[in-house]
Ligand binder design. Sequence first.
Ligand SMILES: [Zn+2]
Length: 133
Amino acid sequence: MLDGMKIQKRIKWLKPYILSAKNLVDLTKLKSVTGYTVPIYKETNQQASIIYNIYGKRRYDIKLNLKINYCLSKKQTNVGIASFLDSLAHELSHIEHIEHTPEHFALQAKILLRFARVLKKTGVNFTDKRIKL
Ligand SMILES: [Zn+2]
């Protein structure tokens, strides 16, 4: 299932979340999941994105923003677990539905239910905590 899919080392803990979506999303199309940070002097207004490549079998690359910038105080914190997983569910849902349709929205909701199970299983009790990197 995950053979040939790359998950960046610092967000390897996302693996059970990604796998939990396996019969909702065709994960054989997912090539990579990468975290990035925006330089401190820039606003972070984008949470995540998905890049589509028409060539090859694994076509999708998901990019997730890892930090929130507070430009005025020049501080950076890791994003919260809830918004991070929400972004991941949103982008995973795009593998099946390119546009922001009701179907895309419904699939995102189904993926989030799976994520909730993983949260319980792995003992994450509060999603307002920041992600670990
Ligand atoms: Zn979207």
